[in-house]
Write a protein that binds this ligand. Sequence first.
Ligand code: BDR
Ligand code: CA
Length: 318
Amino acid sequence: MRYAAGVTPTRPLILDCDPGHDDAVALALALARPELRVLAVTTVAGNAGLDRTTRNALRVLTLLGRTDVPVAAGADRPIVREPWAPVGFHGESGLDGADLPEPAVPALSVTALELATTTLRAAAEPVTIVATGPLTNVALLLRAAPGLAGRIAEISLMGGSLSQGNTTASAEFNIWADPEAAEIVFESGIPIRMAGLDVTHQALMLPPDIARLDGLGTRAGRVFADLMRFFAVHHRERYGWDGPPIHDAVAVAWLADPDLVRSERLRVDVETAGIHTRGRTVADREGLSGRPANADVGLDIDRERLIDLVVDAVGSFR
Ligand code: BDR
Ligand code: CA
């Protein structure tokens, strides 16, 4: 697409999420960056049950004064597998640790699938999907409306790992949670950016970064600092890290600042049959399968630049 001189091109987005502390950061970043335009938010069960992740998305939008963004709830369970018990480290609500407001508006009465299809049809140009939870909604969209695949510019997702997982030895949570959905997405032929643990475990928000959020002197700054302190506890206990990884923010920041992440184009397939390897993202680094590459896999990130983006983003809200 060509743009008139002086006009900043903005990338239209649908953010599919399961907030979640790092999803909340991803949401703030997506709303704040001038390169990005959030057309809709859809929610999925993941870090907590669907009711909670939907409420959390609405609470974050209320905090940020962006209740104009339409929100619709999607899948409350994986396509094939049994639902899982919510992970503990996001707390009872899925977004514990901060004084977030109650939602000022409800979610729409349409489903995530309906909101996504309407949004894709109405958009003047192909829309990027950012997926920061299990890929159930995205896969259902691809299956229910295959004719709309051409309306999706790319899918930037947080998920997977080329090495150790975080939910099992093999798999990262978002892919493990709904491996059949992830397989549909990785097989779709739509360009994929994969922000997996290889890169998101470098994206730590350290105590001086959290102090910068506090130092903003705003309600948003305080809330995000408190969220990060809560999220830090689990990561300190489990990994001995000084701060939590803001996994989901990487999938957004990489779109806003394409040089932020060093990546490699690889063939990535999702394990759906294994006993010990459910949801493993198998990357074919030597091209042994002869199958075409389907993903840009993030390997390294400029952590300090990411933190600057996040602090600026939070600082743009009151
Ligand atoms: C992913 O799982 C969730 O805990 C986070 O929100 C992130 O999307 C990391 O494995
Ligand atoms: Ca998430």
